[in-house]
Ligand binder design. Structure first.
Ligand SMILES: [Zn+2]
Length: 71
């Protein structure tokens, strides 16, 4: 994992965009990685990267599809 992820965000609302690897105020959760044991972890993408890579915010994905993807 990149050490820069531990840097303090420039703004309180900023999140780390895992795609262009920088802080962004428009980043939202787009992916949840479930691990066999222990807590899963999420990936955030900013508006630009979501459009560029065709990413869908987790909040807009039906729960049924999320459950399916985790199995
Ligand atoms: Zn981005």
């Amino acid at each position: 994992m990149d050490d820069r992820i531990d840097e303090t965000p420039p703004q309180g609302t900023s999140r780390w965009c895992s795609w262009h690897e920088d802080w962004s105020g428009t980043a939202v959760l787009v992916r949840i990685n479930e691990q066999g044991s222990g807590p899963g972890w999420g990936l955030y993408a900013c508006g630009y990267c979501r459009e560029l890579h065709g990413l869908t915010p987790v909040a807009e994905i039906p729960v049924a599809d999320l459950v399916k993807a985790c199995r």
